[in-house]
Every structure is written in structure tokens, then in C-alpha cells.
Ligand binder design. Structure first.
Ligand code: FES
Length: 100
């Protein structure tokens, strides 16, 4: 799936469907794009609605689990299950997200 970097504002989150999966894309400025499963690995809350980004952590407000956007690890909270991250490649204005 290819998207345009210029379609995102800094701090923006967008949910898109890639290969039948709900993928949440988070843009933190520069070339810092993150693509992850939009379903929380704890009890499945939709992170596009209840996820809040603070620095490089995504917090699920259902039960306040903190996930690292760098590696998906659950840092603290209701689960130790990591969040699934997908590789993002950036070339010029194009963003490529690989979801298998
Ligand atoms: S569903 Fe996200 S922390 Fe419980």
C-alpha cells in the first residue's frame, strides 16, 4: 500500500484497511511514520479511537496499557502482549507500508 506523506499532518492518526486488516498510521513529523494493528492486543479496543500518543508511546485508554511505537513492546499496563508493527518505507513523498 502506497500513501503520500503530504497527506498527513504532524501528530495525525489515520486508520486504513490494507489486505483486510485495520492498520493505524501515526505520523510524528520528519520521517517518523508508524504503522500498527488498530486493535489493541489486550481486549481489542480500536486504537484509532482510544489510542493517545505521548512522545513515542501509544496509550490505549481502555485499560491504560502503554506501547512503544519503536518496537511495539507493552511497557506497562493491562497486558504484556506487544502490538504488531509493520515496516514503513519512505521515498520522497511516498510512504510504503508492507502488510502481509
Ligand atoms: S483493550 Fe487496550 S489496554 Fe485493554
Amino acid at each position: 500500500m502506497r500513501l503520500k506523506k503530504s497527506d498527513f499532518k504532524v501528530g495525525e492518526k489515520k486508520k486504513i484497511i490494507i489486505n483486510g486488516k485495520d492498520i493505524l498510521i501515526i505520523y510524528l513529523g520528519g520521517n517518523n511514520f508508524y504503522a500498527l494493528d488498530s486493535r489493541c492486543p489486550h481486549l481489542g479496543c480500536d486504537l484509532s479511537k482510544v489510542g493517545v500518543v505521548i512522545r513515542e508511546e501509544l496509550i490505549c485508554q481502555c485499560h491504560f496499557t502503554h506501547f512503544s511505537l519503536k518496537d511495539g513492546r507493552a511497557i506497562k499496563g493491562a497486558t504484556k502482549n506487544p502490538i504488531k508493527l509493520y515496516p514503513v518505507k519512505i521515498e520522497g513523498d511516498e510512504i510504503e507500508i508492507e502488510v502481509k
